[in-house]
Design a protein around this ligand. Structure first.
Ligand code: UDX
Length: 436
């Protein structure tokens, strides 16, 4: 099938590349000329494990193309994915200007029946707006479908190729048929394609992300309580996660969720609720708790150093909002860096992928090191922010020789308490007792 994907951000590029991999002819359209030239030259603009291999294979075998021209990109396409940014506006609601601009532009240039698919996370009712914008100037029949994407950064290819489910919002049998054919290779294991109306599909995406953000936040609050009552959140997690109604996943307490989706989507869903005169109280709490959770270890740090962090050097392991990505959007690391600098400390940081982005944002405000150990040289303490696997079994002897004090503040619970006790560390973590 011939497909166009408009927008080559995270979701667009993964969607385009993966559909090329299943044998379709895909053209990705983006207004950013530099980015398109880069992709035409075989360079992938994002870091995502496994994506580069697929990108190279499909560009070389002629199934994946790039252009800045919408008209050229959609020529002959039976389906057009819109994977455009929906940044939060000043009031927290998703800004639809990019999507509606493309919808306006599409109307006059559609030359045959086409299915236009909202792949971006868009507020309820967006498909109606897209339909109206296209209809203003369209001369052929078309359908607008809502098809939210549930992939996670870091495992995007696997999530896309083997989705738990595919949600398709449309009432049109013609569109249903095309979408079923397109997704057939991805649901061969029996995972369902769930058809529903457009508004339910749009809400499904927000409900999924808000539910997961709430699940994490609930565990973060249990963790905070564990610290006060002398319990261990890891034990509680195992104790409740084995109940199949609760499930094992997304129960890891830490220093808050970040990324490009959860914070934005929780905020946007709260906004949609408010616009409909409904106060979604849980979401307000989730946002508040998560905000505090991000810098939860800072008061412990300050207390440990008797309220005086001025001149102290803090080593930071991890900057990305989670492992296997270079994404620092809403990353807890940024909030911790700001808080530490504010208190007069200096920060020396290491992250396997995200240092470039932080350097762009912060310049020389902090120092970056070539490896995790270099960050520890002469540091007064280590603060762990992202659970990259390489931080899980470090050379503790080497760490001892580099750190000024044997003290670790661990925002991701990487180590066992008895291990830290045996090694003689002062060890602060989340939802567990402090080891002195
Ligand atoms: C999320 C959704 O999972 C995905 O379905 C949607 O399409 C986009 O948003 P992503 O933002 O890539 O994906 O990351 P995810 O792996 O879901 O993690 C989100 C945040 O939650 C991270 O900051 C992570 O550290 C945090 N998290 C996750 C926890 O704190 N505890 C957990 O148990 C799980």
């Amino acid at each position: 099938m011939k497909i166009a994907v408009v927008g080559t951000g995270y979701v667009g590029l993964v969607t385009g590349t993966c559909f090329a991999e299943t044998g379709n002819q895909v053209t990705c359209v983006d207004i950013n000329q530099e980015k398109v030239q880069q992709m035409q030259a075989g360079k992938i603009p994002i870091y995502e494990p496994g994506l580069d291999d697929l990108f190279q294979r499909n560009t070389q075998e002629g199934r994946l193309h790039f252009t800045t021209s919408l008209k050229e990109g959609i020529e002959g396409a039976k389906v057009i994915f819109l994977a455009l940014p929906t940044p939060p506006g000043a009031d927290g609601s998703a800004d639809l200007k990019y999507i509606l601009q493309v919808a306006n532009d599409l109307g006059p240039i559609l030359s045959d029946y086409t299915v236009i698919i909202d792949k971006s996370t868009v507020p309820v009712g967006t498909s109606d707006k897209v339909r109206a914008a296209i209809a203003k100037n369209a001369t052929v029949e078309f359908d607008v479908v809502s098809n939210p994407e549930f992939l996670r950064e870091g495992v995007a290819v696997e999530d896309f190729m083997k989705p738990d489910r595919v949600v398709i919002g449309t009432q049109s049998d013609r569109a249903k048929d095309l979408m079923s054919r397109l997704y057939a290779p991805l649901v061969r294991q029996g995972n369902p394609i769930i058809f529903m109306d457009e508004r339910s599909a749009e809400l499904t995406k927000y409900a999924a992300n808000a539910f997961l953000a709430t699940k994490i936040t609930f565990m973060n609050e249990i963790a905070n309580l564990c610290e006060l009552v002398g319990a261990n959140v890891d034990e509680v997690r195992k104790g409740i996660g084995t109940d199949s109604r609760i499930g094992k996943r997304f129960l890891f307490a830490g220093i808050g969720y970040g990324g490009s989706c959860f914070p934005k989507d929780v905020q946007a869903l709260a906004k949609t609720s408010a616009e409909n005169d409904y106060e979604f109280k849980i979401l307000d709490s989730v946002m508040k708790v998560n905000e505090n959770q991000k810098t939860k270890l800072i008061p412990h740090l300050a207390k440990h150093f008797k309220g005086d962090l001025a001149g102290k050097k803090i080593a930071m392991w991890g900057l990305a909002f989670k492992p296997y990505t270079d994404d620092i959007r809403e990353a807890p690391a940024l909030y911790n860096i700001d808080a530490l600098l504010e208190l007069g400390a200096s920060v020396s940081a290491y992250d396997p992928e995200a240092m470039g982005h932080v350097k762009q944002l912060m310049g020389d405000k902090i120092t970056f090191t070539k490896n995790p150990y270099e960050a520890l040289e002469g540091a007064d303490a280590l603060l762990i922010v992202t659970e990259w696997p390489q931080f899980r079994t470090p050379d503790f002897d080497r760490m001892d020789s580099l750190l000024k004090n044997k003290v670790i503040f661990d925002g991701r619970n990487l180590y066992e308490l008895n291990q830290m006790q045996e090694l003689g560390y002062t060890y602060y973590s989340i939802g567990r007792q402090t080891i002195h």
